[in-house]
Design a protein around this ligand. Sequence first.
Ligand code: GUN
Length: 296
Amino acid sequence: MELLDGQLVSKTIKEGLKLKVGQLIAEGKKVPHLAAVLVGDNGASETYVGAKVKACAEIGYKSTLLRLEEDISESRLLGIIEELNNDIDVDGILVQLPLPKHISDEKVINTIHPSKDVDGFHPVNVGKMVQGLPTFISATPHGILLLLEHYKIDTKGKHAVVVGRSNIVGRPMSILLSSNTPTGNCTVTICHSHTRNLPEICREADIIVAALGKPGFVKADMVKKGAVIIDVGITRVPDAAKKSGFALKGDVKFDEVAPHSSYITPVPGGVGPMTIAALMKNTFMACEERSGGSLI
Ligand code: GUN
């Protein structure tokens, strides 16, 4: 069993981006600028956005964090996004999800201009991703592909089982793994709450991507010997022994599954840091494109 060390790979990617930012500065060019929008005071969202802003600082990007009240109206939020769309200094816009119940995720995502949608959530960018066209690929699936690429994990012809069908992770992951690319060409099964015989299906998988948000859902008896295990789950579970009062738990029972696997991501330190690295790559690409690139 080998650990897929997202912390390490993310560090390498961020160092590469830092060098590229140094080149931009030496050439007198603009550095990438990410605007992050955080609505309300969800503790987990605070942590994630904080990590994204910190990564920008490490790499040398400019970042702006807009903290908005929980009770902000939907129309005011959409207005703020329009302002960011029109701000020529801003390259990428990220609105942290989930949003309060009175705000439609869909309207917010649709309002972000596709050229600044570094999360890759806008239907235009999702459509391009589905068609295999260059675009922003949403950060978590993108980060997972970067991890597979780094560890030279052969995906061609493999049976990948994706558990979870969210717009952010499961669905795009299933499409990307089946695409005709070096980190694709899998035969993909996507499982969800109505799937019958889920343990049997998982047992047939060469690669399992667990993205359902249920701590410890994937157990040893659901995993074939030598499978590659990607754990996207990161749920806060109360733990009095921790200073924070909670522990972070993945969707996979790591201790019992790890011995069965060939590769496995830890939680934390696996997919989480890769999500940030991918977002940073997307933000660099947004800046490049806005400075006259022609990729997207
Ligand atoms: N909430 C959970 N994951 C993500 C993500 O990748 N981007 C945004 N904006 N919100 C999230």
